[in-house]
Design a protein around this ligand. Structure first.
Ligand SMILES: Nc1ncnc2c1ncn2[C@@H]1O[C@H](COP(=O)(O)OP(=O)(O)OP(=O)(O)O)[C@@H](O)[C@H]1O
Ligand SMILES: [Mg+2]
Length: 566
């Protein structure tokens, strides 16, 4: 048999599963457990260590261990292990090859095919790098599947007959994903998907770490940030504390020797209550609201029409998550799936649909959405740099859409078609996927020659773009494999630019903090801050770089003013 396994390659943890004989089956690692820490390191003898052993060595030898590599996927960042530097792809490949080896062992056959899940909000570069990591690990990557879609599949397989609108809320270690699905007579349709690539359990840990560092600095005048080993211990303790606070009201942190001051080991001895923890992370919870709103509005669904909220991801074990959703959506969240296993199980179900293990005629049909807007560059802005949308974001795929265009120059004899992906109205701020020419266009006045451009996007991530000149019937097109093409030279520059926008996040957080404080700044100033904040957020969502710059600067000035008034 030629098994295809499903892999949830998470920021913090990795799981694998297979669907066989009508059942979901989780694959155990050599330690006999399902959950493998997503950690990779090099031990003292220079051998690779992966998973639990890497996670354990992180405490003692953080400089030789990499954790949370997934967050670096799609960036040009390198991770240092000892003296060597590795790309995120290389390290993810190590992790995946570990999965491949223990899955082969567990199943008693050589496993070579996999479906790997990624956050719905991963862009093309991040998806391609995930495929590349899988290939370097010796897998044929059959499909890249969106994590929330996978979670929904895991739920949907057993609840096929129900008719409902389901919101999948996945707060994992590094990413937040939210997806709205409609289930109807065995058809599972993804209506909209959104999220935040940079929000997860890790950020909650970091808030605790910040607090502990501050406390330590106040007490001993020593900044622990400069001490890599102390930081690794703090991280470990912070995560332990966070997890305990999901059950207990308070947690006592005691590290006998966090560092050495004047030749003496100094202990870290602090108590943190759940209330304090929730206060210091309240703004992180709030950051989940905007993606939820956007997904509901993209799907055209109101809060009342929601039938079910499914919680996925280890971070949803924090009690404030369910409470926040109850407050925000007026819905109790369901515990219908296993928060840590559902994504791998769903990937396994998808794998079984590919291998034929699940017969498509059995009833389960799945559709997905394209997470980013697709379009072509036109002259509609008068500057030749307009993003003309052909397939909008969050449209159900498979889909085919056709738009009619015309020539923009007098007597032009060729037309260049450039295909872009992204949310900016300015085409070149988006990611160029491919381009081609239609030649031998009869020379006419601008606007007289017309052409139809069609985009077809299928579930395998193939985008077919074709253009047909109406007057002569001449037709040309390209196929873009959204998961594999352009592997050699990903255009990282635009992505990096978008990263620049993240700098505004700090300003946004500061602004939100100021707005919640009662009397430190005047109402007028608060109102201005609120307006600037809204404008900046809108610009960040729409990808409008010019208003982003303006609103960002304005907000910064207002924050400066607020600071001076204090
Ligand atoms: N009981 C708990 N209380 C609070 N947080 C928890 C608990 N258990 C696990 N977590 C957190 O859940 C996160 C890991 O969740 P999960 O394994 O779902 O993430 P992941 O799939 O690795 O990440 P992602 O989906 O973001 O790539 C970690 O940040 C971990 O600290
Ligand atoms: Mg996950």
């Amino acid at each position: 048999m030629n098994a295809i396994i499903g892999i949830d390659l998470g920021t913090s943890t990795t799981e694998a599963a297979i669907y066989r004989n009508g059942e979901k089956k989780l694959i155990l690692n050599p330690d006999g457990v399902v959950i493998t820490p997503s950690a990779v390191g090099i031990d003292e003898s220079g051998n690779w260590v992966i998973g639990d052993r890497a996670r354990s060595q992180y405490l003692l030898r953080p400089e030789n261990t990499a954790i949370e590599v997934k967050r670096k996927t799609g960036t040009s960042e390198r991770v240092s292990l000892g003296n060597a530097r590795y790309s995120p792809v290389e390290l993810q490949a190590k992790l995946l090859s570990y999965v491949r080896s223990y899955a082969s062992e567990y199943l008693g056959e050589n496993v070579e095919r996999a479906v790997i899940s990624v956050p719905a909000y991963f862009n093309e570069i991040q998806r391609r790098e995930t495929v590349l990591a899988g290939e370097q690990a010796g897998f044929t990557v059959e499909r890249i599947l969106n994590e929330p879609t996978a979670a929904a599949l895991s739920y949907g397989l057993e609840h096929m007959e129900e008719e409902s609108h389901v919101l999948v809320y996945d707060l994992g270690g590094g990413t937040f994903d939210v997806t709205l699905l409609e289930m109807f007579e065995g058809v599972l349709e993804v209506k909209a998907s959104g999220g935040d690539n940079r929000l997860g359990g890790k950020d909650f840990d970091e808030r605790l770490m910040d607090d502990l560092i501050r406390r330590f600095q106040d007490r001993y005048g020593r900044n622990l940030r400069k001490d890599r080993r102390a930081m690794a211990q703090l991280k470990e303790e912070a995560e332990k504390c966070k997890m305990s606070l999901s059950e207990a009201e308070a947690y006592h942190i005691l590290v006998p020797a966090i560092c050495v001051i004047n030749g003496k080991p100094v202990e870290l001895d602090e108590t943190i209550t759940r209330e304090q923890f929730e206060k210091m992370t309240g703004d992180l919870m709030e950051r989940t609201h905007e993606p939820i709103d956007r997904v509901l509005s993209d799907a055209g669904i109101s809060d009342e029409e929601l039938d079910l909220v499914i919680l996925v991801g280890g971070s949803t074990r924090m009690p404030m998550v369910a409470r926040d959703l109850q407050d925000y959506l007026g819905k109790a969240a369901s515990v219908a799936v296993h928060p840590e296993y559902a994504v791998a199980e769903g990937a396994a179900i998808q794998a079984a649909m590919i291998s034929g293990e699940i017969d498509p005629s059995d009833g389960l049909i799945m559709t997905d959405v394209n997470p980013y807007t697709l379009g072509v560059r036109t002259d509609d802005d008068g500057r030749g740099d307009h993003m003309s949308v052909v397939i909008p974001r969050n449209v159900t795929i498979p889909t085919t859409r056709t738009e009619r265009y015309h020539t923009s120059g007098d007597y032009q004899t060729e037309i260049l078609i450039e295909v872009y992906q992204g949310e900016s109205m300015i085409a070149t701020h988006n990611h160029l996927l491919g381009q081609f020419h239609i030649r031998d266009v009869p020379p006419k006045r601008a606007g007289e020659e017309k052409l139809d451009i069609s985009f077809s996007y299928d579930l395998n991530g193939m985008l077919k773009v074709s253009a047909k000149l109406l007057s002569t019937g001449a037709e040309k097109g390209i196929e873009i494999d959204m998961t594999r093409e352009h592997m050699a030279e990903p255009d990282l520059s635009k992505w990096k630019e978008a990263e620049g926008a993240k700098a505004w996040r700090t300003a946004i957080r500061t602004a939100e903090r100021i707005l919640t404080k009662e009397d430190e700044v005047s109402d007028d100033l608060k109102e201005d801050i609120r307006t600037a904040l809204d404008e900046l957020k809108t610009a960040l969502i729409t990808g409008d770089a010019i208003s982003e710059e303006e609103a960002g600067e304005w907000l910064r000035e207002l924050l400066e003013e607020a600071r001076n008034k204090r």
